[in-house]
Design a protein around this ligand. Structure first.
Ligand code: HEC
Length: 96
């Protein structure tokens, strides 16, 4: 299943009868790996982290940055699979 497409589906408004809101697969990954610096809402800015809600980086740029790291941001390419990186990036793009 294409993760991009999946994300799009999750972002569509949920019909009233759909039940509890869907949890993106990347959300748990974000909580485990990113929240200590970026915060649950992406705005924490600990350790010099950038405010993710103000980031202009697209999915491609974020994937590169998360995989390879930059400055004080660790490289997650060795800790997460490429699919997990894609999922956590997709989640980070939902923080507004
Ligand atoms: C140890 C702290 C730390 C952790 C953990 C961390 N980051 Fe970062 N992040 C940073 C710092 C510092 C920067 C700024 C890097 C720079 O430009 O030098 C940054 C920048 C970013 C940016 C670029 C924002 C912009 O446009 O400038 C994105 C996107 C990002 N992080 C996503 C993530 C994601 C997703 C995770 C979890 C997989 C994560 N970060 C985990 C510290 C962290």
């Amino acid at each position: 299943m294409n993760v991009r497409l999946l994300t799009l589906l999750f972002l569509l408004p949920q019909p009233a009868l759909a039940g509890p809101p869907q949890v993106l697969p990347g959300q748990a990954l974000f909580q485990k790996n990113c929240v200590r610096c970026h915060g649950a809402n992406g705005k924490k800015g600990a350790n010099g982290a950038h405010d993710l809600t103000k980031s202009n980086l697209n999915a491609f740029g974020r994937t590169y940055l998360v995989t390879n790291g930059m400055g004080k941001m660790p490289a997650f390419g060795k800790m997460l699979t490429p699919e997990q990186v894609q999922q956590v990036v997709a989640y980070s793009l939902t923080l507004k």
